[in-house]
Design a protein around this ligand. Structure first.
Ligand SMILES: *Cc1c(COP(=O)(O)O)cnc(C)c1O
Length: 386
């Protein structure tokens, strides 16, 4: 399907609401019935219609249909944030005694779920270097029920051979879920590569303005219904109508923003990789990236986030660099209009900082919608001060 059609027309029945170009926010908790039999039907299959907005809601449905189509999936559930979407996708597909194989260093709250919550239910996790399909095969046990992928990772951009891992999982009857937040469906479509479920945080590129949270889980209709009937309704972490409306609005400009950010990112990467005070840069589509060939094969593009290492062993210099930026803000998250940096050392107690561990020296940058020259000038003055 055409991306422009998905974003501008799909699921929008404008005649139903005065031919308004922007859809209404159906801000209601419940829906009224005239017939007891109809109410009975809604109880039986809540995903079949509107009953109560913890389940389906018409504004949320517009968003759901668009997001499913963008991912090339049969169906989609939209959550209040990405972490909730991932939690539901995993929780619905494991039981006590199961084993999960996961990429090392997945998103913070996924790692928390694996390390803190799931052990309480007798579920174990093996973290692997996911770059080779052999590593997945070796780590698989008779009780492995789930493969967790994140490609690329949002700090070091480690990627997995998605098609090969999907084939392996299918032969063993193992469920697969990938965090596709970095690429979005514009740059990578894992459902078409054989992955069962795709997650992306809508907080980042889909929202695009750092003013709302959301999470997308896409997959087969049967899988989405299974999750809707249990985790989605039970945890109650579905997105609210107003936030869904903001995400529909964000979607309208997604391709334009991604296109601009892609150009800006290329300029910043080029600037930094040639700078004498920069030791190295990590960006999946830079030819110095260790998995550059695989990245080119399975990703249509890359933009926004990249990581660089300054030529210094001193924590203070990294701190000084980040604190001397005048326009680029220091904050978590990414995908909005504003450029950001975050140093890895912010999460490491100063006494544990080890300059021999390159990761400790990572500075991650997100390129937003500002003019590239404005950002380069800011980086330039901060680097000059070192
Ligand atoms: C932010 C993020 C998430 C979680 O999304 P929230 O909407 O913040 O819950 C998951 N994965 C990645 C890679 C992220 O960057």
């Amino acid at each position: 399907m055409d991306i422009s059609q998905i974003i501008n027309e799909l699921a929008e029945d404008r005649e139903e609401y005065f031919n308004a170009v922007a859809p209404p926010i159906i801000q209601t908790s419940n829906f009224a019935f005239k017939k007891v039999a109809d109410l009975g039907k809604a109880f039986e299959d809540e995903m079949g219609g509107y009953l109560y907005s913890r389940g389906l809601n018409p504004t949320v449905d517009i968003l759901r249909k668009k997001l499913a189509a963008l991912d090339g999936a049969e169906d989609c559930l939209v959550f209040n944030n990405g972490a909730a979407a991932i939690f539901a996708g995993i929780f619905a597909n494991i039981k006590s005694g199961d084993h999960i194989v996961s990429v090392r260093a997945p998103y913070t709250w996924v790692q928390r779920m694996f390390d803190v919550i799931l052990p309480r239910f007798g579920v174990t996790v093996t973290y692997i270097d996911g770059s080779q399909v052999e590593n997945w095969k070796k780590a698989t046990q008779p009780n492995t029920a789930f493969y967790y992928l994140e490609s690329p990772n949002s700090w070091d951009f480690a990627i997995q051979p998605i098609r090969e891992v999907a084939v392996l999982a299918k032969t063993k009857g193992i469920a697969t879920l990938i965090d596709n937040s970095y690429c979005t469906p514009l740059y990578q479509r894992p459902i078409e590569m054989g992955i069962d479920m795709v997650v992306q945080t809508a907080t980042k590129y889909i929202g695009g303005h750092s003013d709302t949270l959301g999470g997308v889980l896409c997959g087969s209709h049967a899988m989405m219904k299974k999750i809707f009937d249990s985790e989605y309704l039970n945890i109650g972490s579905g997105i609210q109508p107003f936030n869904a409306w903001l995400l529909i609005r964000g979607l309208r400009t997604l391709p334009a923003r991604i296109e601009r950010i892609t150009k800006t990112t290329a300029e910043l990467v080029q600037y930094l990789r040639n700078h004498p005070k920069v030791e190295s840069i990590l960006f999946p589509l830079d030819d110095s990236f260790p998995q550059f060939e695989l990245a080119k094969q399975q990703m249509k593009g890359a933009c926004g986030l990249f990581t660089f290492v300054l030529k210094t062993r001193e924590r203070e210099k990294i701190v000084q660099f980040c604190e001397s930026l005048k326009h680029i803000m220091m904050a978590v998250s990414w995908g909005g209009h504003e450029s950001l940096v975050i140093p890895k050392c912010a999460g490491i107690p100063p006494g544990d900082f080890d300059p021999d561990n390159r990761e400790h020296r990572y500075v991650r940058m997100y390129a937003g919608l500002e003019e590239a020259g404005y950002l380069v000038a800011d980086l330039d003055q901060a680097l000059a001060g070192l």
